[in-house]
Design a protein around this ligand. Structure first.
Ligand SMILES: [Zn+2]
Ligand SMILES: [Zn+2]
Ligand SMILES: [Zn+2]
Length: 786
């Protein structure tokens, strides 16, 4: 008899399957993330513990186990398999089959057969485990203070994989021949390092080098004292490029304004916040406030950057690290090298920012690093374990006790997501701002880490490289390309080039429909049903050629109907307006009939203002946008909070950060309804209310809160009306604006009060990182319906 089961029901199904008495044999096959995570040695140890005999091996789907013994011991074995599998593994499903009794002589791990098409997931990179840290700090250990210590429970994975099946020969560790000691551990099924592919020691593994700006080894620096020397240099005020797991960081002291200022100058990054790495949790708690959930995420295996509320007047962290913001991105050390940096005792916190040039992808190769970071880094702490796949740090914040990803990368990707529709061969090329690529294999979708802003050639090449690498690893042959509706975007051009070269079709997908579908699919919403989707976003190309971004859709995976949106507002000067949000506010005032704004924008040069008036009056270069993100920017500008944007999302982030938590009031607003047309929310009237209150000298935190409340309230009204018209009770929230904790919280609570079921992103980010996944699901749905 064969039984299929979910991970949590393996034991209960086995209870029913196994004969009541005597000895028996069982076949167990598990699927999910079960290869390259120490699963077979775990099974081996477990079998020995329960006096069972048989064998375990990897197969094309995952791991299979043939096992004989008494009913009682088999059940104990199954219970352990179900409840405490290796920390990095994820059992997605299992198959149990009763077998004729086989009398095995022992329990053994069978070598995997060569040449199989391996259908397995790729494991993400994982922070150093406690057992390895313990060894690293033990003077008598073989790997005392070794910066590349790892085991089957921790260390690099995705970042070093060149091909599957995951085996040392298929990783960048292939150049390091195992010494007798490492080889013994690697081949011993009872050892923690059994088949730990990146296993290494000072004798046989990678080593460090400390280089100056000319690429020469710093005088007196050896691989043994490189960390000590590097930390001395940091302490003295230098900026160092340090090679990590998935790329280079720029590291420097976090406490001195002068150093942060010089890092900002060299990186040409005026105000965008830097992340910091701190020695341990106790240091983190001295710097910022952590809820239990934030603390748990900070310490989790993935060790992402967690965005938390900073404490005031902490001398250890310069104000310039995250200027004008109440929050701070903090992470813990996640490689042995990071731990060793802090062990020198020179500092408790470091600025650790991805080493790149403005919006280009993170730098990850030694040669590239020396060239690209000339004039930015003073010294380079490098090593000779090559990074095959670049991957940035992940960034998470917690809203209403739910984690919201602002960047999903190291420690999480490439993890596969479910798909309601078979999607073999779909290659989705993503959006413009935070680009990712998604590849469909059977009924799962593999989303790449964050690639970058698709605006320059560097990022285009990175998209090319990531796509071909992922296709290669997954052994997927493209069958269909999906990309954005905007013909001019670089990711669409990429899809067109690919499609031309392969004669494969392209599916063009509207940006906000992709947002909606990504939220629906990650929440397992079924195919062929409709839901209401609120997509509040920056900008995306609309079906009518204008810019959209304040949208409510009635959507399935295949199609959507625009049922409500924000009234379009002019963006005088296009991109110039996005960078200078006072222009957006001015465009809105113009549509309200204002003739002069010199008093309102007293800080902005009068000639600059006149030039914008000219554009508005002539209606030249004033594209229309129904974008919620742009409305937030305009409000931030008219309150004088932020008139010139330094980095994406800055005006809205600063507006949110000032909002009073107690204020419950909101402004009256108008929703226009014409027959057969979508509902229209008037943003300009709301802006005028904000302006009036500013002129009445109402405190900014009160106005900001009232504005957030107004948008949530208006959203509730529009959604409720549509929910009644279409008899729908499920609502999905997506788009970059829902990274705003206040807006997300208020909207969820108002909608839930109306007995609607509200779904948000839990796996992917609500921002454009999720676009590729949404595109893939939509393309698959359309292909299926043809
Ligand atoms: Zn370990
Ligand atoms: Zn060794
Ligand atoms: Zn978007």
């Amino acid at each position: 008899m064969i039984v299929f089961c979910q991970s949590k029901e393996i034991h209960s199904k086995a209870l029913k399957l196994l004969p009541e008495q005597g000895t028996c044999s069982l076949f167990v096959s598990v699927q999910g993330i079960v290869q390259g995570v120490g699963f077979r040695p775990f099974v081996y140890r477990c079998a020995l513990k329960h006096a069972l005999k048989g064998e375990v091996s990897n197969n094309a789907q995952g791991v299979e186990i043939k096992i004989s013994g008494t009913r009682e011991s088999l059940l104990s074995f199954i219970l352990e398999l179900q409840n405490s599998p290796p920390p990095l593994s994820v059992i997605r499903e299992a198959r149990l089959e009763s077998m004729d009794y086989t009398d095995y002589s022992d329990f053994r791990i069978k070598e995997s057969e060569k040449g199989n098409a391996y259908q397995i997931d790729i494991t993400p990179d994982i922070a150093t485990c406690q057992a390895c840290l313990h060894e690293m700090n033990d003077k008598n250990d073989y790997r005392y203070q070794y910066p590349f210590i790892n085991c089957t429970d921790c260390g690099p994975r995705y970042s070093i994989i060149q091909d599957l099946p995951y085996d040392r020969k298929m990783t960048t560790m292939q150049h390091f021949e195992l010494c007798p000691q490492c080889s013994k551990e690697y081949h011993d099924p009872g050892n923690r390092r059994f088949h730990a592919q990146p296993v290494a020691c000072p004798e046989c593994g990678p080593h460090l080098e400390l280089l100056d700006f000319a690429g020469k080894i710093v005088v007196g620096a050896t691989s043994q004292n490189a960390i000590q020397k590097a930390c001395e240099l940091i302490q003295r005020g230098n900026i160092l490029a340090i090679k990590g797991l998935g790329g280079f960081h720029l590291a420097c002291r976090a406490d001195l304004d002068s150093i942060i200022r010089s890092l900002r100058q060299r990186k040409k990054r005026d105000e965008k916040p830097f992340a910091i790495m701190v020695k341990d949790v106790s240091v983190a708690e001295k710097i910022a406030f952590f809820s239990p959930q934030e603390k748990a995420i900070l310490q989790s295996m993935a060790k992402p950057i967690v965005l938390v509320q900073k404490k005031r007047n902490v001398s250890a962290i310069s104000e310039l690290v995250a200027p004008k913001l109440p929050s701070l991105g903090i992470m813990l050390p996640y490689t042995p090298l990071h731990h060793l940096l802090f062990d020198t005792g020179y500092f408790d916190a470091l600025v650790m920012t991805s080493a790149n040039v403005s919006d280009e992808p993170m730098i990850y190769q030694n040669t590239e690093c020396l060239k690209a970071l000339q004039g930015i880094a003073d010294f380079f702490l490098v090593h000779n374990r090559e990074i095959q796949n670049r991957i940035d740090d992940s960034l998470v914040r917690v809203v209403s006790e739910r984690p919201v990803f602002l960047r999903r990368a190291r420690g999480y990707t490439p993890e596969s997501l479910p798909s309601p529709i078979p999607m073999q061969g779909v290659v989705a090329c993503g959006g413009v701002l935070k680009s990712t690529v998604a590849i469909g294999r059977e009924q799962r979708c593999y989303v790449s880490p964050y690639i970058g802003k698709m605006e320059n050639l560097e990022t285009y090449h990175s998209l090319e490289q990531t796509t071909s690498q992922l296709l290669h690893l997954l052994k997927v042959k493209p069958a269909l390309f999906a990309c954005d509706l905007h013909p001019g975007s670089l990711s669409s051009q990429f899809a067109q080039v690919q499609s031309k070269a392969t004669s494969l079709p392209i599916e063009y997908i509207q940006h906000h429909h992709a947002h909606a579908a990504s939220c629906m699919a990650e929440n397992n919403f079924p195919a062929d049903q409709n839901a209401l989707c609120v997509v509040y976003d920056g900008t995306g190309y609309g079906e009518d050629g204008s810019i959209w971004g304040g949208e409510i859709f009635l959507a399935s995976y295949r199609e959507y109907k625009r049922v409500a949106h924000l009234s379009p507002i002019p963006l005088p000067g296009g991109d110039m307006a996005i960078k200078n949000p006072w222009r957006i506010a001015m465009g809105m005032l113009y549509s309200l009939g204002y003739q002069d704004t010199k008093e309102i924008f007293s800080q902005i040069d009068a000639r600059e203002q006149d030039a914008v008036w000219d554009l508005l009056r002539a209606n030249v270069s004033c594209p229309l946008a129904s974008s919620m993100g742009r409305l937030f920017d305009a409000i931030s500008a008219i309150l004088g909070i932020n008139t010139r944007m330094q980095y994406e999302g800055q005006p809205a982030m600063e507006l949110e950060s000032l909002a009073s938590e107690e204020e419950q009031g909101f402004y009256s607003y108008s929703i226009l309804q014409k027959k057969e047309s979508p509902l229209l929310l008037e943003g300009t009237n709301i802006l005028e209310k904000v302006l009036q209150e500013r002129q009445q000298k109402i405190p900014v935190p009160v106005i900001s809160a009232r504005f957030h409340n107004t948008i949530a309230q208006a959203t509730q009204e529009m959604v409720c009306q549509m929910a009644r018209s279409y008899n729908i009770s499920q609502v999905f929230l997506s788009g970059g604006c829902f990274q705003n904790a206040l807006l997300l919280q208020k909207t969820i609570s108002l909608l839930e009060k109306e007995n609607l079921r509200v779904y948000t992103h839990r796996i992917l980010s609500p921002n454009d990182e999720g676009i590729s996944y949404g595109q893939a699901v939509i393309a698959a749905a359309r292909r299926q319906s043809r």
